[in-house]
Design a protein around this ligand. Structure first.
Ligand code: FAD
Length: 335
């Protein structure tokens, strides 16, 4: 690890004043400290925002929910308004990683964590995401990699929280010395075609200062499911969030997002269109699962993910619609 200075900030203004070239932000530190130890990042200065209390609040209002980026995954998952109105988010944040990590990891850091691809994480592999020329995953060990949009770089988006947040049409508030801007979370993430070395469009000198989710109605039902190799802790191999606007048993509008399928969280637009305006039943949910996989381009070792995602979406749609009250097959499904 390189030598760096450490600045402990207690206000947003203080932190913005400290940001510049050669600096890096630390929130909970779970991901950024790993990257320093792995030799991937070598900042001159680490700007600790963990103690800026004004960025840790969760506020529920008639407009919706405003989550400070320093709210921990535990605080988000256990918040009454999140559990009542945004069940998919409560589930995703409540089943990411381990209880110890969830007590430290922040929602902002979770959305901005860097990918888990083992070629990216190993400093000895000069992959395209690190500015190199070689696409190691395409011809290598690609069992956990992307099954969509995997031609330039086959990482998968790592954040569990981003999946339901996009399904709920959340926005992120970004603050710099020049002011604030708000961006839909779905557009905040960058595809490899847009930028192969960066996952999101946070600008230098900017802080993520809020996640804002529009209010849901009484007819909104949602669910999230995560499938992994271990039940105890790990990033998902496949996960899905489904938000349904229901009129009785009929789906007025569906919002379906997949994680770990592509380099960015991916909307299942064909499944959304298929469900809209129809009475929900098991057969329709199965068709939605199949529709989501149209256009998949699996690599040599990850073809199994196509079937896994079909099942994940089928079950999450039924779970959201109340037609599958308990599901023991997904991580944390039995709640
Ligand atoms: C064993 C294990 C299992 C895990 N399983 C999962 C899982 O299932 N699902 C999942 O989603 N994650 C999982 N994680 C990842 C973990 O949730 C993230 O590393 C964590 O949420 C990051 O949050 P943090 O506050 O520690 O971020 P940090 O490490 O402090 O920051 C992460 C990145 O975000 C930047 N950053 C943080 N906050 C801000 C801000 N407000 N403004 C600007 N930049 C900012 C930092 O500069 C850094 O680049 C797992 C981690 C481990 C170790």
């Amino acid at each position: 690890m390189n030598r760096f200075s450490f600045v402990d900030c207690t206000s947003v203004e203080h932190a913005l004043g400290e940001l510049g070239s050669g600096t890096e932000v630390k929130a909970g530190g779970i991901d950024v400290l790993d990257r320093l130890k792995e030799g991937l990042d070598q900042p001159e200065k680490l700007v600790n925002i963990r103690n800026i209390r004004s960025l840790a609040a969760i506020e529920d209002s008639a407009q919706g929910l405003r989550i400070g980026p320093l709210a921990t995954l535990t605080e988000v998952s256990e918040h009454t308004a999140v559990k009542q109105n945004y069940a998919a988010l409560a589930h995703a944040t409540g089943h990411a990683a381990t209880p110890q990590i969830r007590n430290v990891a922040t929602i902002g850091g979770n959305l901005l964590q860097r990918p888990r691809c083992w070629y990216f994480r190993n400093a000895d592999f000069p992959c395209r995401r690190k500015g190199g020329e070689i696409r190691f995953a395409q011809d290598g060990e690609n069992q956990y990699h992307a099954i969509f949009d995997n031609h330039i770089c086959a990482i998968v988006a790592p954040s569990s929280a981003a999946v339901p947040l996009i399904a709920f049409n959340a926005q992120v508030e970004l603050t710099s010395k020049d002011g604030k801007r708000t961006v839909p979370l779905e557009k905040f993430y960058l595809t490899p075609e847009q930028n192969v070395t960066r996952e999101h469009s946070l600008r230098p000198g900017e802080l993520l200062t809020a996640v804002v989710i529009p209010r849901t109605s009484q007819n909104t039902k949602s669910a999230y499911q995560k499938y992994g190799e271990k039940d105890s802790h790990d990033w998902p191999i496949a996960d899905a969030a489904v938000v349904l606007d229901m009129d009785g048993n009929t789906v007025r509008r569906a919002s379906i997002v997949m994680g770990a399928a592509a380099p960015t969280p991916m909307r299942a637009t064909a499944s959304e269109a298929l469900l809209s305006g129809k009475a929900l039943n098991e057969q329709l949910a199965r068709q939605a699962g199949k529709a989501a996989m149209q256009g998949a381009t699996p690599l040599a070792h990850n073809g199994y993910k196509v079937g896994l995602f079909e099942t994940a979406i089928y079950r999450t749609v039924l779970f959201a619609g109340g037609l599958m009250p308990r599901d023991r097959s997904a991580v944390g499904g039995d709640v």
